[in-house]
Write a protein that binds this ligand. Structure first.
Ligand code: MGP
Ligand code: SAH
Length: 247
């Protein structure tokens, strides 16, 4: 005789209901296992990587630094729109766990992803595999400032460290707060590669100074600045320079 699977009022089988309940309990346990610094970013994990559950790996700095996926997609779309070439070469000079590099690769860019931390770059490689784009990215462990003179690309993407989550406590975030060198120095190294530069900066950045970056070139580069929102919250500011700016 066929056994009828028990169903509750909402027509969910008891087995499925138990599985879902255990899933929720596993997630609650996982939330308890993350450090207090990471917790608030962990709750936003699907905004950071929509494929988070497929095996995305992060470390503490990766959690608080990764560009949310929708913003990284926006950066990649702008990049493709700016460079009229089938496979533009993008240099992601501070690649972290790969949030931006992955989206550049998904938009058919050829990507050079640099990070000084070999362990974090391993996480980026793992994450790029989850999105099936690892073959489009050259991962280089190294110091951007040392590598810069030998780099060639159509566009340079800069998302350097902002000094950790406490960046928010600074009222007017001037470019000298950027790490590991001030924003003017970072920009000058990038400019020696190409005038097409995209820079992802804190929402409290001194906008006057960001505009002044364009004066490091003669004639001054075009510059365009946008705020990046996610679910009505501003997450950062992106500055587009040279050919990356909208003309
Ligand atoms: P946040 O301001 O720490 O989080 O980072 P949130 O949830 O907006 O904070 P709240 O307190 O206002 O609710 C927002 C985003 O900024 C992160 O998702 C990262 O994309 C980016 N970001 C933050 N930090 C500290 C860095 C950093 O050091 N480097 C880079 N490149 N990006 C960062
Ligand atoms: N956009 C990235 C996050 C970048 S966080 C993402 O979406 O995942 C900034 C990264 O810069 C960190 O991973 C840090 O290890 C790296 N970094 C710091 N100094 C560096 C240097 N001199 N050269 C290259 N990478 C550096």
């Amino acid at each position: 005789m066929k056994k009828k699977r028990m169903r509750n009022k909402k027509n969910i089988s008891v087995k499925a209901h138990k599985k879902r309940k255990h899933g929720i309990m596993d997630k609650e346990k996982a939330a308890q296992n993350v450090s207090p610094v990471v917790k608030k970013y962990w709750f936003q994990r699907y905004n950071l990587f929509s494929k988070y559950d497929k095996g995305i790996k992060m470390d503490e700095e990766g959690w608080y630094s990764v560009t949310p996926e929708q913003i990284a997609i926006r950066h990649a779309l702008r990049c493709v729109a700016a460079i009229a070439k089938p496979k533009p070469v993008v240099i992601d000079c501070f690649a972290g766990v790969g949030g931006n590099a992955i989206q550049f690769a998904r938009m058919c860019c050829s990507v050079v992803a640099i990070d000084i931390d070999p362990k974090r770059l391993e996480l980026a490689i793992n994450n790029a595999k989850i999105y099936g784009v690892q073959h489009c990215i050259d991962f280089i462990v190294g110091d951007f400032f040392q590598l810069a003179p030998s780099l060639k690309g159509d566009i340079v993407f800069l998302a350097p460290p902002w000094g950790g989550p406490s960046y928010k406590s600074i009222e007017n975030f001037t470019l000298d707060f950027l790490k590991p060198r001030d924003g003017f120095t970072i920009f000058q190294f990038a400019q020696a590669i190409t005038p097409n530069i995209i820079m992802f900066l804190p929402r409290n950045v001194d906008l006057q100074q960001v505009e002044e970056l364009s004066w490091l070139s003669s004639p001054p580069l075009e510059v365009e600045i946008e705020e990046n929102y996610l679910q009505n919250n501003v997450k950062g500011v992106t500055a587009y320079f040279g050919g990356a700016a909208c003309h």
